[in-house]
Design a protein around this ligand. Structure first.
Ligand SMILES: *Cc1c(COP(=O)(O)O)cnc(C)c1O
Length: 410
């Protein structure tokens, strides 16, 4: 079984490029050139240099002793939270901005939900002196005001999408419309392992630096490059793809992922695509997505904005189908508890997305001699509002009542 993409851009039966005819030229230009560009010496030299001096890589692999004492085994955290702009997203935006430059594109467009990808895109556009336009749903603009302010300070134009549910999928539609209208000078910078081929493969390659470093760091610390298990959260799946990439064919390494179960998988308010999803087409690729019986995309929900996505990248859909990847649905409350726990045990406030990966730990039986790596995809500053509301709630209400009632609404 192969976990790499075939010549038509499929992982097994998932992937491909389902796009309007007017985008054929843009997409085939990218399909024909991306590997040549990213494998060239000039590209690799500039990419590696920026990862080191601008993003701050390699990110440390930290042995979390107090967390390990609690759960058993030896738990390492891959510290993507320490990257410039606060998450793994910068690995991909640095890579793609260089692809855009090599293709002589002058204008960058992106869509964003929570604004994290928008900020990472505005950041590298400023770095390269390129015009940047970010599409964002009207509801998200309201919910994510600090990130809107950051994008604007970085010089990006933020265009509000007022159609539909006024969230990520509406912003995506607007971005695609823009690209159709500006095919010559514009580069569409996608933020996860989603979208038409070649985006899922290209983004996975840029994020694969995570597992490349993990292998070297484990070699130094443990004398062998393989952990027993790797844990990551999945929104679209880019940080997980990066953390798994160099281990995909190595069956001795178990791959575990967390998805946003929101208020519970049967509550009607979740983003648990691996359980509730079925085959369909979203954002230009065939994959698992949450939809009604007549194919309308279901509005997802997770307290964590980065996991609040109705689909999953085609690589992950394939890994799930082949039983190479096991996915755990994690509720908002489980993630909030895991975030509090990491903060008290290790002095690290994680992003709420990353807290979902940490919340897998209590569900595992861990052997004493086992080595686990958790990909800590981002830092928690952006989630302080939710965290603060959670402590205030905990003070007023006993914990068991909270778990039973799900009254907590941030
Ligand atoms: C955006 C984001 C995610 C989810 O995106 P993936 O493509 O699934 O990695 C996870 N963690 C953080 C901190 C994010 O900003």
């Amino acid at each position: 079984m192969s976990y790499t993409i075939d010549e038509n851009g499929y992982y097994g039966s998932y992937g491909g490029a389902y796009i309007p005819e007017m985008l054929y030229r843009n997409i085939s230009q990218l399909q024909d050139n991306y590997l040549k560009i990213i494998n060239s010496d000039a590209f690799q030299k500039e990419y590696k240099q920026l990862l080191a001096d601008y993003a701050g890589r390699p990110s440390p692999l930290y042995h979390a002793r107090r967390l390990s004492d609690k759960y058993g085994g030896k738990i390492y955290l891959k510290r993507e939270d320490l990257n410039h702009t606060g998450s793994h997203k910068i690995n991909n935006t640095i890579g793609q901005i260089l692809v855009a430059k090599h293709m002589n594109k002058k204008r960058i467009i992106a869509e964003t939900g929570a604004g994290q990808h928008g900020v990472a895109t505005a950041t590298v556009s400023a770095l390269m002196g390129l015009e940047c336009v970010v599409y964002m749903g009207a509801l998200d603009v309201k919910r994510q005001a600090p990130n809107v302010a950051r994008m604007k300070m970085l010089g990006a134009k933020v265009i509000t999408a007022h159609s539909g549910s006024q969230t990520l999928k509406d912003a995506t539609n607007e971005a695609i419309r823009d690209w159709i209208n500006n095919p010559e000078d514009t580069y569409y910078l996608i933020g996860s392992v989603v979208g038409p081929h070649p985006y899922p493969d290209m983004v996975a390659r840029f994020q694969s630096i995570i597992s490349e470093e993990m292998q070297q760091q484990l070699m130094e610390k443990e004398g062998a490059p393989d952990p027993d298990r790797i844990l990551a959260c999945i929104g679209g799946g880019s940080n997980a793809a990066g953390a798994f990439y160099h281990y995909l064919d190595n069956k001795k390494v178990q791959l575990l992922a967390a998805e946003g179960a929101g208020k519970g998988i049967t509550s009607g308010e979740s983003a648990a695509t691996s359980i509730l999803g079925s085959d369909g087409i979203i954002h230009g690729s065939k994959t698992l997505l949450m939809q009604t019986s007549d194919g309308q995309i279901t509005e997802p929900y997770s307290l964590s904005a980065g996991l609040d996505y109705p689909g999953i990248g085609p690589l992950h859909a394939h890994l799930i189908k082949e039983k190479r990847l096991h996915v755990y649905p994690i509720t908002d409350i489980e993630a909030l508890e895991a975030a509090m726990e990491l903060t008290t045990l290790e002095g690290i406030i994680p992003a709420l997305e990353s807290a979902h990966a940490l919340a897998i730990l209590p569900k595992l039986e861990i052997r004493k001699d086992e080595i686990l790596v958790i990909n800590l995809s981002g830092r928690g500053e952006k989630d302080m509002d939710a965290y603060q509301k959670y402590f205030t709630y905990l003070k007023k209400h006993p914990k068991d009542e909270l778990e039973k009632s799900f009254l907590f609404v941030p």
